[in-house]
Ligand binder design. Structure first.
Ligand SMILES: [Zn+2]
Length: 426
């Protein structure tokens, strides 16, 4: 793609109204556009990153036997009345249809998935199973924090598992736990951890949050050298001594990126979801639920890994793998070679953006920092005289000091494909 065709507004200079570094970079780089208070448009650039995060999540959920489906965004109020949450949850957006039906815009989907499960589940032989979706949620929060970390509308991955026994749920909970560690790492997050959390009104046995430890986080976490980690709902704030070893707890800030719950039988009981066990008795399944704030993950990567010039993606999350810059926009042979590199790499399945604009080099490099393709190929008269293309890297979590800083013009396609392979996690 030519950079001038990328329908994204990047900004040079300072951004007003941004509250965190990640928020600033997201606006400056044109990854998001605030459509209303608490609701953002994901631009072609931002959507590309989010879509890639979604695919990492899909990959890891499928690897633990998850089955993807898609539940409706809007639902009739009746399902929510079955559990009583139509009246007890205060952030559900409700509206009346023209026919008089009460609707909700789902802030979460436990009722909707339980309704689906009862249409399918009859026998113990079907258990266990896990269903997940990647779907937009809307929560009618009274106040939102400026920025991307707490918004009214957001994309979430929510997964629900159904089991015969507590032991089976415990086993699956652990599998999902491990999958979360793998997928957040693949997204490029570094300083994250799980912490014990309170199950609140969800009615389950216990729950963990996945938190990126970061000063911009909204949550307070308590961490001990002995391995104890919990949020402030679990730790009595007046008594910040480790319940395991008695030492003083360290207090840090965290950005919540995911949560895993043991839901128990609350939804299955209140919505009469049952199956027949091996002895012919009617039983209620035990449920687990596993969320990830997908758009929040992008925001968290931006907080943790951007620098003052732009984001630092990895090969799996970057909108483009390669950014080709033709310097000296008036030299025809430079522009032609840059165009050829773009075309040949695209023909080999590489996502490439091409900058052959007739503007200052500094502006081109500033834009390249904001788009942040891990591999930058620079074509110039000087380099062409040496028959090489200059290579620069901008990548999360990889040491590029042993990577080549130039490649030959005659054989660049295999050279670039090899670099992409070396800079990929898989
Ligand atoms: Zn301790």
């Amino acid at each position: 793609m030519k950079i001038e065709n990328l329908c994204v507004r990047r900004l040079i200079g300072d951004v007003s109204g941004a509250v965190t570094r990640g928020h600033k970079i997201a606006i400056k780089g044109g990854y998001v556009y605030q459509t209303f208070q608490g609701g953002y448009t994901l631009t072609p650039l931002g959507w590309s990153v989010v879509h890639k995060i979604e695919n990492i999540i899909r990959d890891e959920m499928n690897a633990i036997d998850g089955q993807e489906l898609l539940l409706p965004v809007v639902c009739s109020a009746d399902l929510w009345r079955e559990t009583g949450r139509y009246d007890s949850m205060d952030n559900i957006a409700k509206f009346k249809g023209r026919s008089g039906t009460d609707y909700v815009i789902c802030p979460t989907h436990e009722e909707v998935i339980t309704d689906y499960a009862r249409s399918v589940l009859t026998s113990y032989r079907q258990l266990p199973f896990m269903l997940y979706q990647i779907q937009t949620k809307f929560r009618d929060e009274l106040r939102v924090r400026a920025g991307l970390l707490r918004t009214r509308e957001f994309i979430m991955k929510d997964a629900y598992s159904f089991h015969e026994t507590q032991e089976d749920l415990d086993k699956y909970y652990k599998r999902c736990f491990d999958a979360y560690y793998r997928l957040f790492k693949r997204c490029g997050l570094k300083n994250f951890t799980d912490v014990l959390a309170s199950s609140g009104d969800m009615g389950g046995k216990y729950t963990h949050e996945f938190q990126l430890i970061h000063e911009m986080g909204e949550d307070t976490l308590y961490i001990c050298d002995c391995g104890f980690r919990a949020n402030k709902e679990v730790v009595d704030e007046n008594n910040t001594v480790c319940p395991n070893c008695g030492k003083a707890l360290n207090k840090v800030r965290g950005i919540e990126i995911g949560q895993v719950f043991q839901l128990g039988k609350f939804y299955a009981d209140s919505m009469h979801l049952t199956y027949t066990d091996s002895e012919g008795n009617e039983k209620t399944p035990i449920m687990g639920c596993y969320g990830i704030g997908v758009t929040r993950v992008m925001a968290a990567i931006l907080e943790e890994s951007s620098d003052e010039n732009g984001p630092v993606w990895n090969m799996e999350t970057a909108p483009f793998a390669v950014h080709v810059i033709g310097l000296n926009g008036k030299d025809k042979s430079v522009l032609e070679l840059a165009q050829k590199i773009h075309d040949d790499l695209v023909a080999n399945g590489v996502e490439v953006i091409l900058d052959n604009r007739d503007i200052r080099a500094g502006e081109k490099f500033a834009d390249a920092d904001l788009i942040a393709a891990p591999i930058r190929l620079i074509v110039s008269e000087n380099n062409m005289a040496k028959d090489v293309i200059e290579v620069k890297y901008r990548i999360n979590d990889f040491d590029t000091s042993n990577m080549p800083d130039e490649i030959g013009v005659s054989n660049f396609v295999p050279g670039v494909l090899d670099m992409i392979r070396k800079l990929s996690h898989k």
